[in-house]
Design a protein around this ligand. Sequence first.
Ligand code: 6GU
Length: 252
Amino acid sequence: MGEYPPSVTVVHSTVVTLFPDLFRPLLEQSVFGRAVRRGLLRVDFVDLRTFGEGRHRVVDDRPFGGGPGMVLMAEPVIRAVEAARARHPRGCRTVYLSPQGRTLTQAMVRDLATAPGLVLLCGRYEGVDERALEVLRPEEVSIGDYVLSGGELAAMVVLDAVARLRPGVLGDERSPAEDSFGEGEGLLDHPHYTRPLDVRGIGVPEVLRGGNHGAIAAWRRAQALARTRARRPDLLRGRPGSPDAPAAAPPA
Ligand code: 6GU
């Protein structure tokens, strides 16, 4: 029903990582895998190890100043990202996945989806030598306030969220405009039910069993609003009709 944003352009992403194999399940399974097989999406990899130093292709070293863990060295990261960028047209965007980044939102996903290509840099260990970031100037993105052992899972989150905005990826009958945080309402989703009618004595709301589409739509909207108010009141802040919204202008 809803329209896809007309400006969605990302088809091709290149991931810079020490662990390309971690992405295999995403690329082969389910919605994402089907889109890749149909040629709606393309994900390539630059193996950071290839750009390591010496016979052992070393990519990390101990931090100046001491402390635990290892730091990814600047040169291998710079060369790997430059190699990845060379595979994309001008205007491609580089995202460094890191807990220090801006927390990803659906608005950021929609914006990233307009890029002519994405280069996703996955960190590991304690992070990347700051000078690589100074040279590459990537956009730094986090997926939430918790710590993962590397950027790979976060890169998969970005890939999935961007990919499903592309026409055809979800299948014909669905549109991301109807999502929670979608273009439309920015509300949490309403509850869903399927067969059978009775699950351990719990039924299905009567309104969903009649064919009154207006009543169904109204019920779903009310449920979405009530859930959002209960679970994520922050999403309602500033909306018309919410307590802290600016008062409506008096009639002239
Ligand atoms: Cl993007 N990377 C890591 N390592 N941890 C995270 C994250 C990213 N986002 C949240 N936690």
